[in-house]
Design a protein around this ligand. Sequence first.
Ligand SMILES: [Zn+2]
Length: 174
Amino acid sequence: MDRTNSRKSPKDDQPRAVTKKIRPDESGRPGASNSIVRRRMQSTPQANNPLERQLRSVLHRHGIRFRTHYRLVRLPRRSIDIALVRSKIAIFIDGCFWHGCPHHGTTPKANRAWWVKKIEANRIRDAETNTILRRLGWKVVRVWEHDDLHAAAQRVVRAQMFRRHYAPRMSHDR
Ligand SMILES: [Zn+2]
């Protein structure tokens, strides 16, 4: 979380901050009620989290070139965590907490109803993102926070080989 980045850090996402200006859909989040919740909230993949950095470096070692936090006009108010623009492969790193992992997803006791709703909304949004991207011809690769990084990198490598082989000509409309 020490990186300066054009994106907000999770710390900025507290209700007291000017959340509305940054992300209107995130208004009204209850504050972290204890340190465990706070730590979980900070492990959000919405920023440049360690997992994303690690995956990026593994991909880099595989010779894969990519853009980060890549935006598409037709994908408003969100960005692709790691985008292989030429191959049209979109990689998302989903935190177990924020994206409701079936194995590690939990909801804080305090303000439970709010969190359940919030995490459900994230999941709906993820599904919607997948749909939009697939319609635009992108291959979507979702990596869970708990996934093995090297296995995840292999999935990307395979997807890229597949793309190169079967779909060498693609439009790159944004
Ligand atoms: Zn998990």
